[in-house]
Write a protein that binds this ligand. Sequence first.
Ligand SMILES: [Zn+2]
Length: 403
Amino acid sequence: MGSLKLFDSMSGGLRKFVPLQSGRAGIYTCGPSVYDYSHIGNFRTYVAEDILVRYLAYKGLKVRRVMNITDVEDKAVRAAVAQGVGLADLQKQKIRGFFSDWDVLGLSRPDVIAYASGHVPQMVKMIERICARGFCVSNRSGVYFNIRKMRGYGKMSGLKDPEYFGRAPGDDYSKCGLWDFRLWKRWSRGDGNIGWDSPFGFGRPGWHIECTAMATRYLGEYFDLHCGGSDNVYPHHENEIAQSFAANRTRLAKYWFHTAHLVINSRKMSKRTGNVVYVRDILEKGYSGEELRAFLMCGNHRMTLNFTYRDLKTCALRLREMRSNAAGLCGGRPENGPLAKRLLSGFNSRMDNGLNVKSAMNWLDSQIRQLAARQMRGALGRGGAAQAHYALKKIDSVVNVLF
Ligand SMILES: [Zn+2]
């Protein structure tokens, strides 16, 4: 596995990545809520995770990645009832749009794409286990997780003071405990005919249990990496850890990988201010999927990234030059050798350091430029070009923007 270090949100620092099972990595990604279209800020997270998955595979690991689709949630249910359509019909087009953007950005498809609506029995089973172990409180509106029973709740987000953190807006809580979040919502009149039978009554799961139940279903009770956007840390991932601990006595994942927000012209993207940018907006302006991908990955994934069209243009122009130089180098047959090894080890050392794609891409840019200049002078030779070809193809299996 070499010396890959990843930033782990649970320990708050870089940690050497040692998979639970040698040669394998199990990864869970919090996928989209498909009530609405995903914007480029959402896709920044998926691009960072794609680099992670591809880099682990490049390092020789057999990766199994699971991503959920949140197709059961309050907003979607309300909209489906209001429009008199089923949940599936309501969200079909959004799901299609999501995967079309996914492909445009050159993201590799997860091994398992798990729809919440197809896994309600697993969720019910997990809630039953949580309740059997005494972690539930229940009232007329539903079943809730009793946070007072969970020692160490909030460790990852440094959650200590309930007054300070309070409840997350838009989340579902019980009326008794401040943080007691919903596991099961009992049917009420506004839910139309949408719901599932369960020992807790007809209704639907809360959205935190959806991920924990599906992750465990496909990756086991404890797996290597859990990924998501930084806004998932609290409350979603804290609640996932609580659920997993209550049901299975595990903290769900060994490493927690989070990607920071994308802002637009230094402002938070929001529908209200009308500054939300979608992948199709970028394509309509004449940029390619690779160019947007290059922009989204060229910042430290732990730091907020500021999107401006000016920066996108600079990034795109640089990528166009890199691609044209790389194509010039890679005409013949690829061949391993000392130059290829030097290029690969330069790339690896930057990526091993917390997946520093920004530094790896800057370094790669200068290397490709120098190699192209040597080739122009006739100083590279066919052997040199063949080795550059070998290394660049391998590197592109991770960055996926060069060819
Ligand atoms: Zn999730």
